[in-house]
Design a protein around this ligand. Sequence first.
Ligand code: GLU
Length: 446
Amino acid sequence: MDKDVKDFLTGLIERNPHEVEFHQAVEEVIQDIYPIYLDHKAYVQDQILDRLTEPDRIISFRVSWEGDDGKIYSNKAWRVQFNNSLGPYKGGLRFHPSVNQSILKFLGFEQVFKNSLTGLPLGGGKGGSNFNPKGKSDREVMRFCHSLMIGLHRYIGKSMDVPAGDIGVGAREIGYLFGQYMRLVNQWTGVLTGKGISYGGSAIRKEATGYGAVYITEHALHKRGDGLANKKVLISGSGNVALYAAEKCIQKGAQVLTLSDSKGMILAKDGLSLEQLQDIKYLKEVARGRLVEYADKHPSIEYFASKAPWAIAADIAMPCATQNEIQAAQAKELIASGIFLIAEGANMPVTPDGIAQFRNNKLIYIPGKAANAGGVAVSGLEMSQNSLRLSWTHEEVDQKLQGIMKDIHQSCVKYGASRDYIDYAKGANVYGFLKVADAMVSFGAV
Ligand code: GLU
């Protein structure tokens, strides 16, 4: 590693001790952008990198709520407002027991670059809580969301900060959060995205992250004269991103071999059908069940407890579960099983030594900030529709999403292509950075 980069990272670690996920996210970006940073006198003069790696502010608060058993429980919650140079802070809320400040800072930092890549006027932020919605009743989730919004509502607004969903936060949670916000401020504004269609949500928002990841994958395949038809695809996860990535892959003629959850994975040797996927969607979205329950009822589907999909022979891998699910060992497994393209539906699912494996072996590696940007892009379109006070059709939103993913692909190629390799991660980091850095220079010392 270059000495300047190393010194910069040492300083960052000293200023933010113990925040390993945040260090990891910055390290991934900094190596690609440092030469460009040094090339621009104004960036160095204005200390853009020091300022861009420090969130504008972090709001942290306790959320107390009453359980069905009459006891009072409490959780920690945060909103990391990372950078609003390009637009209002924008990014999801994550409810998961693993959530801490480091994870939210890594996600907020990534979001700044991802949102810049969409070409829409969106800054970057992230929030969430270590609350675990699993095993809680609907009423408990409602009381938690209502209480959280009491703490959060002063700091958000349609031109200030617009949260959305992420792991553990879907339509149900957004509904409770939005209802409480409306009650507290006595205004209907597009302060959250991912809302239900009947109250201001956008067509395709639920599908957007997964669909977008498949659209950009298709562009990368077309670039080498290839396509998705008959490709074997490994998908991890079984949340929103995984399910709709699977749906779009199947619609495009690919074979989706796997899905997974925190307990294990399912394998469909000849690929899942759209009908099977429909049933799995019902199980996950409505019944809130586990994949093992589906496999138990369908003998053609194999179930492997405590296993991830990466050792199965296939062409494409789409990690859509969570951060750091692919380390160097799994990256080697993927390479050995014939994978030539990795598109990240999740945020930072591959560790730096895993990424190094992909780069060294010249695999096509499309990082989350490009591959999963379709979700936040449609959130941006939801904000536009709310401001215009109208709703676009399914087709209109899908067209716009396809256009945005095409542009992101082009930007990655423009800034990441060398003679014999397209480094999509470098392209995404450089393009995302230049826009934010230029804006910050224009503002002066703010
Ligand atoms: N949580 C999603 C992401 O990681 C969506 C954020 C949003 O729509 O604001 O990009």
